[in-house]
Write a protein that binds this ligand. Sequence first.
Ligand SMILES: Cc1cc2nc3c(=O)[nH]c(=O)nc-3n(C[C@H](O)[C@H](O)[C@H](O)COP(=O)(O)OP(=O)(O)OC[C@H]3O[C@@H](n4cnc5c(N)ncnc54)[C@H](O)[C@@H]3O)c2cc1C
Length: 416
Amino acid sequence: MGSCKRKEDAVEHNFDVIVVGGGIMGSCTAYQTSKRGYSTLLLEQFDLLHNRGSSHGESRTLRVTYPEPYYSSMVLESSKLWEDAQSQIGYRVLYPTNQLDIGQASDRSLQAAIQSCRSNSIEFRVLDHVQVSQEFSGGVVVPEDWIGVVSGGAGVIKPTKAVSMFQTLAFHNGAILKDNMKVTDISRDIHGCIVVSTATGEKFFGRKCVITAGAWMSKLVKVVTGREVPIQPLETTICYWKIKKEHERDYSIDGRFPSFAGYGNPYIYGTPSLEYPGLIKVGVHGGRFCDPDKRSWTPDPKLMDFLRKWVQEKFGGRIEHDHPVSAQSCMYSMTPDEDYVIDFLGGKFGKDVIVAGGFSGHGFKMGPVIGRVVADLMLHGEAKGIELQYFKLDRFDKNPKGNIKEFAEQVGTSKL
Ligand SMILES: Cc1cc2nc3c(=O)[nH]c(=O)nc-3n(C[C@H](O)[C@H](O)[C@H](O)COP(=O)(O)OP(=O)(O)OC[C@H]3O[C@@H](n4cnc5c(N)ncnc54)[C@H](O)[C@@H]3O)c2cc1C
């Protein structure tokens, strides 16, 4: 643990670990550090479980199929940690499904995902366009040059319930959670402590600090260090569509419909009917770049047009495609290569402040493993079992676009 040597004059403001941001990443980190016996404070700028960031709502996909093999292995660890947390709390937040990935047989991302299944010993089946239709009794229809990849180990996570679960477990471990506490600055004092200042005028002292500020990450890091981190907020929309009455069960989790993704530009994702009976979630993995404090709260019309057509074509006319019956705004935190940022902030903070952000629209499933990794980095200076080199900040110094990949980006923006 760090070298912070403060006198015990303000015990209630002194912590081993201060976590900035109460989304899934901050909540999982607070759970991990408190579980290991470290005094932990979590500060959230809005109400706990608010709807203004990235971790709220009714469903997120957990899938093992990733074009990058380093994510597939992380999902496998995360799945175990989801199970552990559920057994501790005594209720479920993760509902198992299969995953269906569809796309052109020649799609390089889809082929890379197949390869990544092979290298991680993940079981999967490849179906041609006829077999896709047969597998879902005509409920999924793809063009002749498309394939479907069915894999196991997937699921639907209930995000608000999941964040609440980790906050509750952290609280039971002794963590202190404070909401409506906007962090305005982070510095180091003469005792070597990390000082976290809030808009309420309070100061908290920590040996270690992690910034898990989601779409506000680049704003906060800029204030704290003057440094630009390439994490760009993007406003996106969660859409629910009405299933025609006679097909409701076919597309439901009880009817064994899988979570799914459509590879291409843009990438489409969805979950079986679960949270709202008779509705299925189908969304575009994309949106418009935004300022997290000045959002439009409206969908991107170009992406909505694309989505309507996709819903019409791919579900054999069994879903009402004219318009979604519910559309909710949410934010991604995009890096140029869509890889995460998990690193020490460095400079005067050395290894005492960590940033964990840029989850680029695919972080939720990883919350538990990110919490484990960030806690290891904070408490031991290193984390095993994860290929951290892909998540370092200095990759952008070497190449502003970050990690080089042989396939296209997955998140579409209104450049479309
Ligand atoms: C529509 C949508 C669908 C998605 N689907 C999937 C999916 O299917 N599968 C998947 O794995 N992932 C998915 N994701 C991505 C996933 O939800 C995010 O990667 C994840 O929630 C990011 O969590 P976070 O904790 O980094 O950010 P957040 O949840 O935004 O948490 C950051 C928190 O920090 C707080 N904060 C910021 N600044 C300060 C400050 N100065 N002081 C105090 N607090 C501060 C914010 O208020 C916020 O609560 C989806 C995201 C969206 C929007």
